[in-house]
Design a binder for this molecule. Structure first.
Ligand code: B4P
Length: 195
């Protein structure tokens, strides 16, 4: 299983991806977590990413792609993985497809989390992470609408998109994500979807 979660900041990708990866027995890869850790460890990539993290802008594609392509070489990625918060731009999605094509391991599913803006603002202001301040949240939402929303069409065209309503109790959202992944896998098995 090779899965990506896309959705606006605060949609619950991080919350659900930990549970879903565990239940599927695949590795959880959060580019946000990797970037924050790289920064706190004082690594070059993390230090270069710091100003973007603080202002709510996306970290440049080349930095993120460097981290991802290195991480995919690790042994724990052989059995499968779940990307949380990657890809976030069309360039990242195209590069991921190229990396996976090289390995002969295409993407299984892309799950899009759908949450109204008011609910996102409510969740993020409650969470209180360093980048959960009003101006930064606004910039992250603006960046999402401009750069990440087009990925929904990108994955739809490849026949791997599942869109889920991510409002509700965590258990309900977890069940919807699992159902959506199962449905995409079943469609591929019966040949109803190409891609
Ligand atoms: P991320 O770390 O990916 O975080 P996020 O999108 O803000 O949040 P997420 O959707 O994971 O929400 P969560 O589960 O935590 O990104 C942070 C920054 O890293 C970006 O702004 C960017 O600068 C950089 N970055 C990361 N990846 C990048 C990439 N590929 N390219 C470039 N830059 C990149 O949930 C939020 C809150 O909601 C939590 O408090 C949670 O408890 C709550 N919640 C979750 N589910 C809920 C539910 N069902 N009901 C109520 N509350 C819920």
């Amino acid at each position: 299983m090779r899965i990506v979660f896309i959705g606006p900041p605060g949609a619950g990708k991080g919350t659900q991806s930990v549970r879903v990866a565990k239940s599927l027995g695949v590795t959880h890869l959060s580019t946000g977590d990797v970037l924050r850790k790289s920064r706190s460890d004082g690594e070059d990539v993390g230090l270069a990413a710091a100003k973007y993290l603080d202002s709510g802008q996306l970290v440049p594609d080349d930095l993120v792609l460097q981290l991802v392509s290195e991480r995919l070489q690790d042994d724990d990625c052989v059995a499968g993985y779940l990307f949380d918060g990657f890809p976030r731009t069309r360039a990242q999605a195209v590069s991921l497809d190229a990396l996976l094509a090289d390995r002969g391991t295409p993407l299984t599913a892309a799950i899009e989390f759908v949450v109204p803006r008011d609910e996102l603002l409510r969740r993020l202001s409650k969470r209180g992470r360093a980048d959960d301040v009003e101006e930064t949240i606004r910039e992250r939402l603006r960046g999402y609408e401009e750069l990440t929303t087009p990925l929904s069409d990108y994955y739809q065209q490849r026949g791997v998109l599942g869109r889920i309503d991510a409002v509700g109790a965590e258990d309900e959202v977890f069940a919807r994500v699992n159902e959506s992944i199962k449905a995409i896998v079943a469609q591929h098995r019966t040949g109803a979807v190409s891609g």
